[in-house]
Design a protein around this ligand. Sequence first.
Ligand code: FES
Length: 63
Amino acid sequence: MYICICNAIRDCELRRAARRCSGDAEAVYAALGKRPDCRQCLDEAEDVLFEERQMSLIPARAA
Ligand code: FES
């Protein structure tokens, strides 16, 4: 699913970037070599970054 139509950024790409880049959505876009245009995606992008970073804090269960 695309999060940012203007930059063709998919949620999976944003989630990967969330784990290796700090900062807000604009900072993560910059790390991807992108820049917000219409800015309509930024709230959703922030939600994805927050969710992904929260998930990375949860330790994986031992099998
Ligand atoms: S949809 Fe992301 S900047 Fe327009």
